[in-house]
Design a protein around this ligand. Sequence first.
Ligand SMILES: Cc1cc2nc3c(=O)[nH]c(=O)nc-3n(C[C@H](O)[C@H](O)[C@H](O)COP(=O)(O)O)c2cc1C
Length: 215
Amino acid sequence: MKSDLSNYRKSYNKGYLSEEEIFDSPLELFNKWFNEVSSTCLDIEINAMTLSTIDKEGFPRSRVVLLKYFSEEGFTFFTNYNSNKAKSILNNNKVSLSFFWEKMERQILIKGESFKTSEVVSDNYFNSRPSGSKIGALVSSDQSSVIPSRSFLENKFKEIKKEFENSEICRPLNWGGFIVKPIEYEFWQGRENRLHDRIRYNNKNNKWIIERLSP
Ligand SMILES: Cc1cc2nc3c(=O)[nH]c(=O)nc-3n(C[C@H](O)[C@H](O)[C@H](O)COP(=O)(O)O)c2cc1C
């Protein structure tokens, strides 16, 4: 089979990014873009981001995770500490995050280092989850491992649900957060004729250096 996608082409004209409207802090610009997208695009999972890690063999691997908090401290997501991504991070904590908000023709790329969040942060978030998600975390105690079948998961879900019928589900120790501390951001706004706006913030000695990149 051969598919020809060479005619899939779109012109970008939803916005622009000029030096006059950006901030000294990339987090402020992230926050502005996030709020604009969240108020304009109501039907997308705006906090879905692609996390890329490097595995022990040196191969990159990317997958979507959900951003749960962002602040000057960094960008936090939650996962299973036995998963592929967690093993990769614990071996090499250099990661990238990327957001693609298609409806506004925007992309943000973040390069940074990732660290486990404190137990308190993980507990607080785990405790705020609906019970089905809590049980799901227990069911998938070895995320990314091979399992025999779908019914294996469903049976395990039923068993755990019954087991915790009258008691609270505590966070399993192999489940928790990672916080990504950015050292570089790139904000990309699609423009006409492929003359896209690309503004990069690079952290040098605790100061953000702002540069425009060729599209
Ligand atoms: C929209 C969306 C949101 C997701 N959110 C998370 C998440 O927050 N945490 C997580 O561990 N996996 C999440 N996943 C599943 C991951 O993409 C991935 O399949 C899983 O974490 C296993 O990845 P790994 O084997 O590379 O570690 C999400 C997937 C999608 C499509």
